[in-house]
Design a binder for this molecule. Structure first.
Ligand code: ATP
Ligand code: MG
Ligand code: MG
Ligand code: MG
Length: 562
């Protein structure tokens, strides 16, 4: 690759709108450019690296029997209505209409699409298990897109889905995936840890996140200093501190459900669009289903719901319970699927309320500034959200420490969450119809590039590991006008290319200072400088990782590079 003919727009100045080192360097070294908030173009160097990252992922997915597919990004609303996620996914779902006014989403994930694909084709246990994966652009209208590729609104994900006839079969694939993920992140040279993702359940083994340990991570991991125990405690602050909700005044209403049969009824009642009813929760209160309605901003709502609960609320209602109690169908609500975080908060609040010793748990009273221990006992908590640094590890081994992590992968046993509402069924070996048992497994491919840039850099620029850099060697003639230098550099370029090295040849008529600064920014593992000793056939080698230099004769170059 000749630098004069490719596109590597380096920047001398640090862009003012980039806070993180990785974001600054990927911009300055000419890897990425932002189009609009959370939307990026990957320039030639980034594209090369993505291809390398993707090929490692493909190898490891294929090794455990995965088959690659490519599903559509454009997904009809009807699929999402079948699972109810059209209503519950919230504003992160990018929605659009076609020319006939039909509704669509740009896929943030593909459980609905793949379940609908398989339900028409896989009807016998004999065709199970099956693991399919894809590497594809995903769309999520993130509330706070930031940190470059770490949190985009359009980003690249590897997502895999597995289908099984038994729980044991799912367990086996889940373990394979866990190992494959470990292989992938190890091969990428990352300092990572697999952690329990559901902080509400000690020893939870049905979902794990893979976290790159990094100060800039948005998640907090509690881990034992002397065992494998590690868990994400992302909810801890919210639950422990019970912050006063900011912004708009809280409005929570408790209403009976008989007139509220469908999500459209709820929407009509509230005078909002159905998709804005995402915070409509159904609880059972004194054996009666109660819809807790709240509107507005997502984060404030989580807290609102907490306030709305009282001591007699015992559980989330399923549509069946609602039907049993009222004789009415809440069909379109589906099983009430909440974002996991919200359900956790709701469960948690229920328990808080039960244990409360203050008088705040009366109807209509808001429940604020609650402190664990002071306002209720925490004895009964088996969950991890109150875990503190220095506590004994819940597995009995060692002491808890905290670290920050970047979530680069997430594996999940879904069970029949999607296959049941979507009627993704197969016949088992007794001829009985059963819903598929499913797993899903994601990796943030573009996020990985930022996570790597965060880990592999120094004051001068990026500093990629040997096998992952966008090219192997940066070849730099100091002065392209010097005949000896230009000719030797051309000769080296031809020779190294014939040995299958991927060479970035800086044939630009730039000053040496500019070329070297760019080389440091770009971060290739080996720099070959053709300078004053070109006439003698000598080049200078510099290793980016160590800063070590040496002089090599052109004849010994290919031997020494081995
Ligand atoms: P986060 O907690 O960071 O919002 P998530 O839990 O919503 O991520 P998943 O639904 O588990 O994400 O998606 C699988 C993977 O996709 C994540 O582990 C992450 O690596 C990546 N990912 C998710 N959202 C983004 C995003 N906005 N930008 C880049 N990568 C993302
Ligand atoms: Mg997210
Ligand atoms: Mg997450
Ligand atoms: Mg996740």
């Amino acid at each position: 690759m000749r630098q004069s003919k490719t596109f590597i727009p380096t920047l001398r100045e640090t862009p003012s709108d980039a806070d993180l080192k990785s974001h600054q360097l990927l911009l300055r070294a000419g890897y990425i450019r932002q189009n609009t908030s959370g939307v990026y173009s990957y320039l030639p160097l980034a594209k090369k690296m993505l291809t390398k990252i993707e090929s490692i992922i493909r190898e490891e997915m294929d090794a455990i029997g995965g088959s690659e597919v490519l599903m559509p990004s454009l997904q009809q609303a009807e699929l999402w209505q079948e699972t109810g996620r059209w209503y519950t996914y919230g504003p992160e779902l990018m929605r659009l209409n076609d020319r006939h006014g039909r509704e669509f989403a740009l896929g943030p994930t593909h459980e609905e699409v793949i379940t609908s694909l398989l339900r028409d084709e896989i009807k016998s246990y004999k065709k199970l298990p099956l693991t399919l994966y894809q590497i594809q652009t995903k769309f999520r209208d993130e509330k706070r897109p930031r940190f470059g590729l770490l949190r985009g609104r359009e980003f690249i994900m590897k997502d895999a889905y597995s289908f099984h006839d038994t729980k044991e079969s799912l367990d086996a694939t889940y373990e394979d995936m866990k190992q494959a993920y470990t292989n992938i992140f190890t091969r990428l040279g990352l300092n990572f840890r697999a952690v329990i993702a559901d902080s509400g359940a000690i020893g939870g083994k049905d979902t794990h996140e893979f976290m790159v340990l990094s100060e800039v991570g948005e998640d907090t991991i509690a881990y034992s200093d002397s065992s494998d125990f590690a868990a994400n405690i992302e909810m801890a602050e919210v639950n422990v501190a019970y912050p006063e909700p900011e912004g708009e005044e809280l409005t929570v209403e408790k209403v009976d459900t008989p007139d509220v049969k469908t999500i459209e009824d709820v929407a009509a009642f509230l005078d909002v669009r159905p998709e804005d009813c995402i915070k409509t929760l159904v609880f059972i209160v004194d054996d009666e289903p109660v819809v807790v309605l709240s509107r507005g901003d997502h984060e404030i709502n989580d807290i609102k719901v907490k306030h709305a609960l009282d001591a007699s609320i015992v559980e989330m209602a399923t549509p069946e319970q609602v039907k049993d109690a009222t004789g009415t169908e809440i069909g379109s609500l589906g099983p009430v699927k909440l974002p996991t975080g919200l359900k956790v908060i709701a469960d948690h609040a229920v328990r808080n309320m039960r244990n409360a010793v203050t008088g705040a748990n009366e109807d209509g009273r808001h429940y604020r500034n609650v402190n664990p221990e002071r306002d209720f006992s925490v004895d009964s908590y088996e969950d991890l959200r109150f875990i503190k640094e220095g506590d004994p590890s819940p597995d009995g081994n060692g002491t808890i420490r905290f670290a920050k992590g970047i979530e680069v992968g997430h594996i999940f046993k879904l069970g029949t969450t999607y296959s049941e509402p979507m009627e993704g069924n197969f016949l088992d070996n007794n001829g009985r119809q059963q819903p598929y048992i499913m797993g899903c497994y994601g990796i943030g491919v573009s996020r990985l590039m930022s996570a790597m840039a965060e880990q592999f850099n120094d004051d001068d620029g990026l500093k990629w590991p040997k096998d992952l850099a966008p090219a192997d060697i940066h070849l730099i003639p100091v002065n392209m006008k010097d005949d000896d230098q230009r000719e030797l550099a051309e000769e080296m370029y031809g020779l190294l290319s014939s040995y299958r090295y991927n060479v970035l040849f800086d044939d630009r008529p730039e000053r040496p200072g500019v070329k070297f600064a760019d080389a440091d920014l770009i971060g290739l593992p080996i720099r070959l400088t053709v300078g004053k000793k070109a006439a003698e056939g000598i080049v200078e080698v510099k290793f980016r990782a160590t800063g070590e230099t040496a002089e090599w004769k052109k004849e010994e170059l290919t031997d020494k590079l081995r």
